[in-house]
Design a protein around this ligand. Structure first.
Ligand code: G3P
Length: 218
């Protein structure tokens, strides 16, 4: 499973990239607004850090506007993937952009029927939001399993990005159901390698090593 970071923070992207396991970045208008910088400049900087797909979201609500925005956004870098909401207008824009060879990430996906239609329109990626479904007592990961089943039934090549990840179990479950990608906020990425037994084990090894050195130095 590929690991994307879900942020527009250059600092967090640089740090996560230094771990050597980052495959891409997803942003959205909320994440970009948190950085209080020019979004185009911010996206350009992100694309210079990460050697992989970087999702940039359109803010138009109708297809014609989405396509026009996408044409401007793809000029930022060859890394740019156009993020489009799962709406009928989004479907039309996806169809048009796919025919132009532009990669798309269909976001705010909350149902399998949306996922099937965006795939038919040629979406490169679909992003089911698991955390937001969990928030309303629906099972986010059940949606991911269902999309995976449907895509496998028909050999659909649209890749599933599990989004709205809130904790390490979301990340693990995404891998268990066979999602292609998980896009993970930095605070969750940091937790993925942490284990108290690893930390306790290192401390014990270091303490014993110091004891041996003391004996040898006598
Ligand atoms: O990838 C989508 C993500 O940015 C939304 O996350 O936590 O706001 O539901 P959240």
């Amino acid at each position: 499973m590929k690991l994307f970071i879900d942020t527009a923070s250059l600092e967090d992207i640089k740090t996560a990239n230094s771990f050597g396991v980052l495959d891409g970045v997803t942003t959205n208008p909320t994440l970009l607004s948190r950085e209080q910088a020019d979004p185009v400049a911010q996206l350009k900087n992100i694309c210079q850090i990460v050697n992989g797909p970087v999702s940039a979201e359109v803010t138009s609500l109708e297809a014609r506007g989405m396509v026009a925005e996408a044409k401007r956004l793809v000029k930022i870098s060859p890394n740019i993937v156009i993020k489009i909401p799962c709406t009928v207008e989004g479907l039309k824009a996806t169809k048009g952009l796919t025919s132009l060879g532009v990669r798309t990430n269909l976001t705010l996906c909350f149902s399998s029927s949306q996922a099937l239609l965006v795939a038919k329109a040629g979406a490169t990626y679909v992003s089911p939001f698991v955390g937001r479904l969990d928030d309303i007592s629906a099972e986010g990961m059940a949606l991911v399993s269902d999309i995976k089943l449907i895509y496998d039934n028909y050999g659909i090549s649209t890749q599933i990005i599990v989004a709205s990840i809130r904790h390490p179990i979301h990340f693990l479950e995404a891998a268990r159901v066979g999602a292609d990608i998980a896009t993970v906020p930095f605070y969750v990425i940091e937790k993925l390698m942490r284990h108290p037994l690893t930390e306790a084990g290192i401390k014990k090894f270091m303490d014993d090593w110091k004891k041996l050195k003391k004996i040898l130095d006598k």
